[in-house]
Write a new protein. Structure first.
Length: 160
């Protein structure tokens, strides 16, 4: 059985703030510098079992680089990952949200913009990163929690 995101306290998971999900998931962010080579970036993604990295220019969030960027902008163009800098293929500007945004708002933004990773930023400081997978796990977990409570209610085991 695979682990899922922590069960939300409320069954209304779409209206929960993204900061609630982030607290549950954790706020570790793996990143690279704009000057890193694409090879270094792909190597870091593989080591961390992730599909995207935030890209920083000093302390400033400058872009995001994903496996998709690598496939489309390096491999398909016949470029070499050792000779190409992340700044040349990263997606920029980065779509981001503040921690007060709801899960639903984040899902809508990610769907509309066709992105899979969304940084959570406040006062120009990156607080964390959520993926489409994180949001889906959150919703599934919430629905399971609601179903469990409804089953207990129907069976007369619901605490009053």
């Amino acid at each position: 059985m695979q682990a899922t995101a922590a069960i939300p306290e409320s069954s209304a998971s779409l209206t929960e703030t993204i900061s609630t999900l982030l607290r549950s998931k954790g706020n570790e962010v793996v990143s690279v510098s704009v000057d890193s080579t694409v090879f270094e970036a792909v190597e870091k993604m593989a080591e961390n079992h992730i599909g995207a990295l935030l890209v920083f220019d000093g302390n400033r969030l400058s872009g995001i680089v994903s496996e998709r960027d690598y496939a489309r902008k390096v491999i398909l163009k016949g470029r070499h990952s050792h000779d190409t800098q992340v700044r040349e293929i990263m997606s920029s500007p980065v779509h981001s949200v503040t921690p007060e945004r709801t899960v639903d708002e984040c899902l809508c933004l990610m769907t509309k913009e066709r992105i899979r990773h969304l940084p959570i930023v406040e006062n120009e400081k990156v607080l964390g990163l959520v993926s489409m997978g994180d949001l889906v796990k959150w919703i599934i977990s919430s629905q399971s929690h609601t179903i469990h409570h409804l089953q207990n209610y129907i069976a007369g085991e619901y605490p009053c």
